[in-house]
Write a protein that binds this ligand. Structure first.
Ligand SMILES: [Zn+2]
Length: 254
């Protein structure tokens, strides 16, 4: 599903965000950014160092990183200055049990780890609010993107028509084979090819964003499949059971 044009247009799309004071980026396969039980102290240190290096490279502040303890649920948490640094070095300190982070504080770097699940970036330029969502099929079934939009509107008085969405690299319908039960979960986003069924999570997420009131023209999908491009991204179905891609989003100081 690799498309040079899409990658270029994604760069263009994100450069527009950058011009408005928002940074958003997703890592390539150069390093595993996941901290987990069973790693040695040296392995954990290597992950932390890699996180810090990569974030600085994209002008994010690692000291202001906020990681979450992702659970494939639908909870969206608002974070502020007091949360900075959570989960960067110690996963036990990450924001507990949530799959979306929101903030309106410049400098805070929202972080999500994925390996087939979709990182979804949301930005309200009018109220200067950002949100970063970890959306797998379970969270998507619980409308996590819609719930995050609701939270932006409720907490920060965002208007959906001002919100823009960027859907990052994820397992796509080319590779996301599922069972019959998915037809019940996602009646409009399961594709049949011969005997096999495939889930189009990107279409489902875009639908949730649109049903929340976000104009379709403001929903950008990078259209990169982590499984097709497992030389560039970690992919759970591609065999990466533990390693994770890192997505980061931050409001710049203006
Ligand atoms: Zn694919």
């Amino acid at each position: 599903m690799h498309s040079g044009i899409t990658v270029l247009s994604a760069g263009f799309f994100l450069s527009q965000w950058r011009a408005q004071g928002v940074g958003a980026a997703c890592s390539f396969r150069a390093h595993d950014y996941a901290l987990r039980a069973g790693q040695s102290a040296a392995e954990q240190l290597a992950v932390v160092n890699a996180r810090e290096r990569w974030m600085r490279q994209f002008a994010f502040s690692p000291e202001h990183a906020v990681f979450m303890n992702q659970t494939h649920g639908s909870a969206a948490m608002v974070v502020a200055a007091a949360d900075t640094g959570r989960g960067l070095r110690d996963p036990a300190q990450a924001v507990p049990q949530c799959d979306a982070l929101l903030c309106a504080t410049p400098g805070i770097a929202l972080c999500a780890l994925t390996a087939d699940c979709a990182p979804v970036f949301l930005f309200d330029a009018a109220r200067r609010v950002i949100a970063l969502v970890h959306a797998g099929w379970r969270g998507t079934r619980q409308n996590i993107v819609g719930r995050t939009v609701e939270s932006m509107c409720h907490t920060f008085a965002s208007a959906p028509e001002n919100i823009r969405v960027f859907l990052g690299p994820a397992l796509r319908d080319c590779c996301f084979e599922v069972g019959e039960e998915f037809i019940g979960y996602f009646p409009h986003a399961v594709r049949r090819r011969g005997e096999r069924l495939f889930f189009d999570i990107a279409a489902e997420i875009a639908g949730q964003a649109a049903r929340s009131g976000i104009p379709r023209a403001q929903i950008f999908d990078v259209k990169l499949c982590t499984h097709c491009l497992r030389d560039r991204f970690f992919s759970y179905r591609g065999g990466d059971r533990c390693a994770r891609n890192l997505s980061v989003m931050s409001l710049c100081h203006v």
